[in-house]
Design a protein around this ligand. Structure first.
Ligand code: ATP
Ligand code: MG
Length: 345
């Protein structure tokens, strides 16, 4: 068919036409990429191999009724799923079957992520809820008149209820940050000031954990930002450094200015939060910013953690058009670096 190649090339998805002799009369670049480069001209039965798709094409060749089916590929460990639309088509010169591939991979991944997310949230809420219900039952029954037990149980119930409250707060803040991710923050924020106030607020936690907190403010460094969100970034990072640093831990916070940061290709403010704790196995590092990801679930949960802290950090840094870098040497400590474009008047 004249013009077939340019017609197929104009489609925004992989497509091919099966023409006279049930041979493949045309393939666009996306379909060639997916199905191989030498399928043009071949009989469709030898060129396409998945039985469901072959069946649909055969039936449509016979009765001219449109059909839908699915096609799966796995390329270098990447699984893809396509919805395949099979339709009889006619032009002045020829007739055949048009096969179009609609890529469903991202949609399926998003659906899977939603399911995982709901399962994770439910699981995280269920543990404290079960504990609360158990203690309520005990307080109504056997421990009804036991004052010492009542005090102790109420204490535990408070801890569990706070854990739930914290989880809900983190979820809300994550969803707010995600919702605003495309809105650029516009206020001029003084990083040294934000860091100063976070350090001030976390001093008591550091003291209780036996960690030394080192921060020497440098000259004012302004970035376009959202004050509350930047405060949250550094709170989460410094809190982690204190919590996971173990004994004899020193947490050092530095602020530098780079005239031209290699990653951003812009003048940048660079904040480093380093600890001398046990560090993180390189295996875990790329996954730390996933929601609910914890290296040691039990230990983190004991400290009231839900594994949302670094996910929130990542989203806020993205919103600020910055970068988050994580470097760690097991046994020698971890370093979290936040790179933010500087304010330019
Ligand atoms: N400085 C650090 N040293 C060692 N491990 C760390 C450090 N920072 C984070 N981690 C590991 O990364 C995991 C994820 O951190 P994240 O802040 O996202 O969650 P969390 O601290 O467990 O919970 P949350 O921050 O919601 O209270 C932690 O559970 C911990 O295992
Ligand atoms: Mg944390």
């Amino acid at each position: 068919m004249r013009g077939l190649a340019s017609f197929l090339a104009g489609l925004p998805f992989a497509a091919l036409l099966i023409g006279p002799g049930e041979r493949i009369a045309g393939v666009n670049a996306a379909a060639r990429e997916m199905l191989g480069h030498a399928i043009e001209g071949r009989h469709f039965l030898t060129a396409l191999r998945q039985p469901d798709m072959l069946e649909a094409i055969e039936a449509t060749l016979r009765d001219h009724t449109p059909r839908k089916t699915t096609y799966h590929t796995s390329d270098a460990g990447r699984e893809s799923t396509y919805k395949v639309h099979v339709a009889h088509v006619e032009t002045d010169e020829t007739s055949g079957v048009l096969v179009c591939f609609e890529d469903m991979t991202e949609r399926e991944q998003a659906a899977q992520m939603r399911r995982d997310f709901v399962a994770n949230v439910s699981h995280e809420l269920r543990t404290p809820l079960t504990a609360l219900l158990g203690f309520i039952e005990t307080l109504q029954g056997p421990a009804r008149h036991d004052e010492a037990a009542i005090d102790r149980f109420l204490g535990i119930m408070q801890v569990e209820a706070s854990r739930m409250e914290r989880l809900v707060r983190d979820l809300l803040s994550l969803s707010r940050v995600e919702g605003e991710e495309r809105v650029r923050p516009r206020e001029a924020i003084n990083l040294s000031e934000v860091l100063g106030s976070v350090v001030y607020m976390l001093r008591p936690l550091a003291r209780d954990s036996g960690a030394e907190l080192v921060f020497e403010p440098i000259e004012d460094t302004a970035v376009p930002g959202d004050a509350d969100q930047l405060q949250q970034v550094f709170t989460n990072l410094i809190e982690n450094a204190i919590k996971y640093g173990g004994t004899g831990n020193r947490v050092t916070i530095t602020l530098d200015r780079h005239p031209k940061d290699p990653a951003l290709r812009l003048p940048a403010g660079v904040v480093r939060v380093a600890d001398t704790g046990p560090g993180i196995d390189p295996l875990h590092v790329p996954r730390l910013t996933e929601r609910f990801y914890r290296v040691d679930t039990h230990r983190s949960r004991q400290m009231g953690g839900t594994g949302l802290g670094l996910a929130i950090v990542k989203h806020i840094v993205n919103r600020h058009r910055g970068r988050l870098r994580i470097a760690s040497t097991p046994g020698a400590g971890s370093e979290f670096t936040v790179i933010l474009p500087l304010w330019s008047a």
